[in-house]
Design a protein around this ligand. Structure first.
Ligand code: SAM
Length: 198
């Protein structure tokens, strides 16, 4: 199987969301896979996100749904505070053991946002498709951060909750000024850097 992590996320046959992320991360070492190639520094959307983030500065950053935290750790400087949040305890414990200078939190995005203080930068990369309440999540985020980096793969026949790139952009523009939008057309991935208009 070329993408052994997929069946933990979507049931392709019945076209429904499964979302068993904890089981997926637990299966990684035995199955010898890296879900979504998230630890590969050459991943094109990660390179684009990093490039867009060079345009802003941030003393505090929160990476929502950070997985095993390879991208999150790139945000860390000697003089800033970075938090990585993921629903999977296994992913968070892998991240914590590798990058102890980042604060790691095992929580759902909804729970984390309910209790968090405002920060300079939030990121939500390759995750909004798994959130049924993605529109409310973006609204909530806009009140809690100055900048937002979003990146999302949306195939034409998506099973995920975000129906299209056009609707994602429309929703972002409701709450943010979109500073940069990059479409990786062939990969069906869009990457955004936004400033909150709240
Ligand atoms: C495709 S991965 C993206 C990981 C990383 N942001 C990246 O771009 O490589 C999606 C991540 O979202 C996490 N996740 C899914 N639903 C979540 C939720 N409701 N709250 C927090 N994390 C969630 C999963 O555990 C998984 O690590």
């Amino acid at each position: 199987v070329s993408e052994p992590y997929h069946h933990y996320v979507f049931d392709k046959e019945h076209r429904r969301f499964v979302g068993d992320f904890e089981a997926m991360y637990r299966a990684e070492s035995a199955g010898r896979f890296d879900s979504w190639h998230q630890s590969d520094p050459r991943r094109m959307d990660s390179l684009i996100s990093a490039m867009l983030l060079e345009k802003v500065s941030y003393r505090t950053a929160v990476d929502l749904a950070c997985g095993k935290g390879h991208f999150t750790a790139q945000l860390k400087r000697l003089d800033n505070h970075v938090v990585g949040v993921d629903i999977s305890e296994t992913a968070i414990s892998v991240a914590r053991s590798q990058f102890p200078d980042v604060e790691w939190v095992a929580a759902s995005i909804d729970d984390y946002l309910d209790g968090c203080a405002p920060v300079d930068l939030m990121l939500v990369r390759q995750t909004l498709s798994y959130l049924e309440d993605w529109r409310e999540v973006l609204a909530k985020i806009s009140g809690l951060t100055r900048y937002l980096c979003v990146d999302l793969y949306i195939p034409d026949d998506t099973i995920g909750f975000v129906p299209s790139h056009a609707e994602l952009l429309e929703e972002l523009e409701r709450h943010f000024e979109v500073i940069e939008a990059v479409l990786l057309q062939k990969r069906r991935i869009s990457v955004y850097l936004c400033r909150s208009s709240h």
